[in-house]
Design a binder for this molecule. Structure first.
Ligand code: 8OZ
Length: 370
């Protein structure tokens, strides 16, 4: 039987990928309080280089952008040095890794902010739910609306983070414009009630995310910058009155910039796929470059979608947490390890680097049976 396309190499811009699987960005909250990755991060990413492409866990571009305890950053020299160990390990094993640039906006808490100040956002709209702080979960508070004059400073933070990611040896960056964080907050009318050039019409609401993207591309180049969106995901009570029109327009604008890829979370992030009547094909039709599908992919769906050309690349999240050698297992039809939700966030190597890969003997046995 011919090898399925999912397992065949793919040229993603300048990056030669060994296959079309992607390790999704996965927040694991195991960095130091200062956002510095540790040796266990090196081991964790090294174990998962079977992925054609690894997208790093969401990484704070500044302390202001941080919304969860023990998440890593890419704004200090110490962080850059620590990430370099990760990228070296991935490259030594022949893998590719991009860094996800993250600013959570209002999904933070004063406890996580410099000087205990209020989180920043497009508008002073309080999120529902709780923030994950070092002292446990705490109710979100009302954020402070960014002044128009401050926006160039936030753009400059993205630029600095991009330069740092490049210095740390990453193969590119992904702009996180999804899941109810800062850029998604600007896009949606439920979280953006501004009356200046950055609020109101769809064109105005897209302005800040596009300024960020343009600056990040200018700081590196379009062939090293991907973008992630989640058209129907509502987080912290964010909302949008016309998701299809908004995201059709946004993708048309993204397409003009020809980024490395478009990463689309289809359905509710980490939940149901395709139950919302959203037309993802309309996005695909508006985007000429590589299209990465994410959410609820298993071997069957990923093989089908890549085979039919519905997506170019297929992301796996939780399955990559519990199966370091996921791609080998999928290819030979070996059984998969179950994940333990209790160790997703926080802690140490338990539930992080201790999930087993197949032994050589097991691999040979399953390959023969396939
Ligand atoms: C799960 C827990 C914390 C953060 C996202 C960065 O939703 C995240 C995230 C996911 O994009």
């Amino acid at each position: 039987m011919a090898q399925k396309k999912l397992f065949q190499p793919y040229d993603l811009g300048p990056l030669h990928l060994s296959n079309r699987t992607v390790m999704a960005p996965l927040t694991r909250s195991r960095a130091t309080s200062d956002g510095v990755p540790k040796d266990i991060h090196v081991e964790y990413y090294r174990q998962r280089v079977g992925a054609g492409l690894i997208i790093s866990e969401a990484t704070n571009i500044t302390v202001e952008g941080r919304g969860y305890a023990w998440t890593p950053g890419i704004f200090s020299d110490e962080q850059v040095t620590a990430w370099k160990k990760v990228t070296d390990a991935v490259h030594e094993e022949g893998g590719k890794i991009v860094l996800q640039l993250w600013h959570v906006g209002r999904i933070s808490h004063p406890d996580l902010q410099p000087g205990g100040q209020a989180p920043v956002a497009p508008s002073a709209v309080k999120p529902e739910g709780k923030a994950f702080t070092e002292a446990g979960f705490k109710d979100h508070e009302t954020p402070r609306a960014l002044e128009e004059a401050e926006l160039p400073r936030v753009v400059a933070d993205y630029v600095k983070a991009t330069r740092n990611a490049r210095a740390a040896g990453f193969d590119g960056v992904e702009v996180h414009s999804a899941n109810g964080y800062l850029l998604d907050q600007f896009l949606r009318d439920g979280t953006n009630t501004r009356t200046d050039r950055y609020g109101g019409s769809i064109e105005n609401r897209m302005r800040f995310p596009l300024e960020v993207l343009d600056a990040v591309i200018a700081a590196w180049d379009k062939e090293h910058v991907g973008v992630r969106i989640s058209p129907v995901t509502v987080m912290g009570g964010s909302s949008e009155s016309d998701q299809q029109t908004l995201f059709n327009a946004y993708v048309e604008e993204l397409n003009k910039r020809k980024p490395l890829y478009l990463h689309v979370i289809e359905g509710q992030t980490g939940g149901d796929r395709d139950k919302d009547g959203f037309d993802y094909r309309a996005l695909r039709e508006r985007f000429d470059g590589p299209y990465m599908g994410n959410n609820g992919y298993d071997a069957k769906l990923a093989i089908e979608q890549v085979e039919s050309g519905e997506v170019d690349l297929a992301c796996f999240g939780k399955l990559f947490i519990s199966n370091p050698d996921l791609v080998t297992r999928l290819e030979i039809g070996a059984p998969l390890n179950d994940w333990n939700k209790d160790t997703f966030y926080g802690g140490d190597e338990k539930g992080y680097t201790d999930y087993p890969s197949l032994t050589a003997e097991e691999r040979a046995r399953y390959a023969q049976a396939a």
